[in-house]
Design a protein around this ligand. Structure first.
Ligand code: GLY
Ligand code: MN
Ligand code: MN
Length: 436
């Protein structure tokens, strides 16, 4: 792996907490993600299932994790099945886990090759009443493409119709939402790598540079810092493109006088950072750009303070909406009178700020978690207000990653420049250095 080996106690603890939630006489099975075909004989780069990784630390395709804490055969209570490596695989694909390495990464002692899965699973299933299956239960997931866990669920249900089927999804969602200190350290590494990339590009952005050149600089900094890569497709949006929320073509030339919105985050050891900064292409905000920027920054500061234990995402979004409303009135974009008369179900601020302020962050950028349950210490949320004004040719978003602690919010990106003066100074200084 590109990243340092993670302390296996993280995964041992995660499994302990997971199995505590199972009904008696249960088995839970988790599968690796598919290796997604691209074209011809090519695949997209493999990305492990976040759930399987969370419970095992195993970062390899075709792996299966089985937990059956009440199984009468003690060595089958926690089992890993792995792809058996061979000289041929070693020559063509490189190193795969040995059994000893898999034990060392996961803390699971019973490691078998996949060729044994049928025999061993028959025993485990015959001595279980409940089978926990792990479908994708992310609220935003919407895809018709059948995936490994879905195919596996259908197969098992047809072979074993008399078992009682349960969902792992809600159990894992609650566990994954609360980050342990080891996970927070990994997320901090992802945030720090993102910081380096941001500082790297501050001296590089200038009129005439193309968005994809900036993307290339970010990718360079990520890879040399041992990031697994981007946590999501980066948005490098100059000028009016910033108003396209999911702009990822990144193919325009940056022009003098424009702003550029940069939404990118490193993935380190499968943990995500998610950051947005908006900076002036020529290094200096205009009066109007700065005015709007400072409004967005005030909203971010106020919203961050509300990311505290006990609050809920829906209530929080409503409160942030009210703060944004006042800022938009101050900027002359909304009229106080119209806001007073607005339909509360479709508030006027949504014309300029049409997305949510926060989402869970962790192994996935839009991480799993129940947003209707109260926030708790250990949860990490983004905080990402924005104001998008197509008629003025720019959009501004600022996004940091916030850990909820017992003592209040802790900004994992507090060291990443965000004040407009600091951004202008850094851009000027780095340009001087590159000219010298
Ligand atoms: N980068 C994706 C998001 O901000 O939600
Ligand atoms: Mn985000
Ligand atoms: Mn983002």
């Amino acid at each position: 792996m590109k990243y340092d080996l993670i302390d296996k106690n993280l995964f041992i603890e995660n499994r302990k907490r997971f199995v505590k939630n199972l009904l008696p006489e249960s088995v839970a099975v988790l599968n690796s993600n598919d290796e997604m075909p691209r074209n011809g004989d090519g695949n997209f780069p493999f990305r492990q299932s976040s759930d399987l990784f969370y419970l095992s630390g195993i970062d390899q395709e075709q792996s299966v994790l089985v937990m059956a804490p009440d199984c009468p055969v003690p060595e089958y209570r926690e089992v890993l099945f792995l792809r058996k490596t061979s000289e041929l695989i070693a020559v063509w694909e490189g190193h795969k886990y040995t059994k000893e390495e898999a034990r060392n990464a996961s803390g699971i002692q019973s490691v078998y090759w996949l060729e044994d899965v049928q025999t061993i699973m028959t025993t485990i299933l015959n001595h279980s009443k409940n089978i926990y299956l792990n479908l994708n239960e992310n609220d935003r997931f919407s895809s018709d493409v059948p995936y490994r866990e879905l195919r596996y669920s259908n197969e098992l249900k047809s072979k074993y119709p008399n078992h009682n089927y349960q969902r792992s999804g809600p159990v894992i969602a609650d566990l994954r939402a609360i980050k342990s200190p080891v996970e927070i350290a990994l997320m901090q590494s992802a945030a720090d790598i993102t910081d380096s990339a941001f500082r790297r590009i501050l001296g590089f952005i200038s009129p005439g540079v193309f968005e994809y050149e900036i993307e290339a600089e970010i990718t360079h900094e990520f890879l040399r810092s041992r990031a697994t890569g981007h946590a999501y497709t980066p948005i490098i949006a100059s000028g009016a493109s910033a108003n396209i929320l999911h702009y990822t073509t990144n193919n325009n030339e940056c022009r003098d006088g424009e702003l550029i919105l940069l939404d990118f985050g490193a993935e380190y050891a499968n943990y995500a950072a998610d950051m947005t900064r908006t900076v002036p292409v020529n290094g200096k905000f205009t009066k109007r750009q700065r005015e709007v920027y400072e409004a967005v920054l005030r909203v971010m500061r106020a919203a961050t303070k509300m990311l505290v234990a006990g609050n809920t995402i829906p209530k929080y979004h409503e409160e942030v909406g009210k703060i944004m409303e006042q800022e938009l009135i101050g900027l002359g974009l909304l009229k106080a009178e119209e806001v007073k008369r607005q339909n509360e179900k479709s508030p006027l601020y949504k014309k300029y700020f049409m997305h949510g302020t926060s989402h869970f962050l962790g192994l996935d950028v839009h991480d799993i978690g129940d947003k209707y349950k109260p926030m708790q210490a250990g949860m990490v949320f983004t905080c990402e207000p924005g104001i998008y004004i197509p008629e003025e040719g720019f959009g501004i978003r600022i996004e940091n990653d916030i850990l909820i602690t017992k003592n209040g919010p802790d900004d994992l990106m507090k060291n990443i420049p965000v004040e407009p003066d600091e951004i202008e100074e850094l851009m000027a200084r780095q340009r001087e250095l590159s000219i010298q």
